[in-house]
Design a protein around this ligand. Structure first.
Ligand code: SAM
Length: 348
């Protein structure tokens, strides 16, 4: 790994969104270079504890060195965050005050010889962990043209996926990043607006190799159950596919009813478990982007574990309102009561 350092993105915003407090217990699911972790430990001192996870053994080594001063308050685990729940249970790290995901890759990985970037020649690997079996080269050299086109379209949102897939199949075997980048240029031309023509295909391969979207969906569902009352969930994402998953998850979990529109009475039985902290997504300032161009696509979303007490209190308030306007409550669920209230208020 090179001597590059990783600059943590949206650092102050992350600490604020996590509401880090002395004595708190936090999980950094994407430890990377340990930048966010160090700040969490600083702000949670005295008495704070941090469980750090990274699939990449190099990230664990680097963070161990960086966080040495806090070694008595940290536990660093080399694993995939898709195992978050099992890890927290195994190490008795429950309930948690805050969970952070700073998705994607660190500068250390992008600048390494592991095939993540077309800016340097390296074998087409792209695995976060050497324990994973499938590399980018395996996909590029064994998938059918149709399978490749589908992958590049779905995970790269690439409109020229078929042209690229056809050219890849003609050029195989493709072993290195620069060979792949050249093949893509031959398929679609070398200049396409601001981004390099290989950007989307590289993103698609990385997502597929590391099952990034599946793991993100699975871990968000686990994270919510690990948070204590008013515990915070903070996610920084770097492309629209990730951000869409995070946004939809947080929006759904912050609603009491997820029945399709038009259904007169709620039948889904869903109750809100999160409260959105920032209704609008948080992005880096122009100063941060200037200082750290890799932050430019970052989007931060945060939510708080909805408390059972808060839920009860809200219900009582709604019941009182119903009583005051003569609406029968009859143990009905909150969305139904709210609908009845709205109707009662709009009746002249
Ligand atoms: C953007 S970096 C995090 C940087 C870190 N916040 C810092 O301040 O240094 C993302 C890290 O998450 C790790 N990562 C990505 N997906 C992962 C997964 N599914 N399980 C565990 N680690 C993952 C990567 O290996 C990488 O080190």
């Amino acid at each position: 790994m090179s001597a590059t350092t990783h600059i943590p993105v949206l650092l102050n915003e992350t600490i604020e969104a996590l509401a880090v407090e002395p004595g708190g217990r936090y999980v950094d699911c994407t430890l990377g270079g340990g930048g966010h972790a160090a700040a969490i430990l600083d702000h949670s001192s005295p008495g704070g504890q941090l469980l750090g996870i990274d699939a990449d053994p190099d990230a664990i080594k680097i963070s161990q060195a960086r966080l040495r001063a806090y070694s008595s308050s940290t536990l660093l685990i080399n694993d995939n965050f898709v195992n978050l729940q099992a890890i927290c249970i195994k190490y008795d790290f429950l309930p948690v005050h805050g969970i952070l995901f700073d998705l994607g890759l660190s500068s250390l990985q992008l600048d390494s010889e592991r095939g993540f970037s077309f800016q340097r020649d390296a074998p087409l690997d792209m695995r976060l962990s050497p324990s994973q079996e499938v590399t980018a080269a395996d996909i590029v050299n064994t998938y059918s043209e149709n399978e490749l086109a589908h992958l590049i379209k779905t995970y790269g949102e690439e409109s020229h996926s078929h042209k690229i897939a056809r050219r890849i199949v003609q050029e195989r075997p493709i072993k290195t990043t620069l060979q792949l980048a050249r093949t893509i240029e031959q398929a679609v031309g070398s200049r396409r607006g601001k981004i390099h023509p290989a950007t989307r295909t590289f993103q698609a391969l990385r997502i597929a190799v590391n099952q990034e979207l599946e793991h993100l969906e699975a871990v968000l569902r686990q994270a919510i159950d690990l948070l204590g009352f008013e515990g915070r969930l903070v996610v920084i994402s770097y492309h629209s596919l990730e951000d869409r998953i995070v946004k939809q998850f947080m929006q759904q979990e912050s609603k009491d009813c997820i029945c399709p529109p038009g259904i007169p009475t709620c039948t889904c039985g869903h109750t809100a478990r999160l409260r959105l902290i920032n209704k609008k997504v948080i992005t880096p300032s122009s100063v941060e982007v200037q200082l750290n161009p890799r932050s430019r696509s970052a989007k931060l979303r945060a939510a708080e574990r909805f408390t059972a007490q808060a839920h009860d209190e809200q219900y009582k308030t709604i019941e009182k309102l119903c009583f005051s306007v003569g609406v029968q409550t009859g143990g009905l669920r909150k969305p139904t009561l709210l609908k009845k209230l709205r109707e009662a208020f709009s009746t002249p």
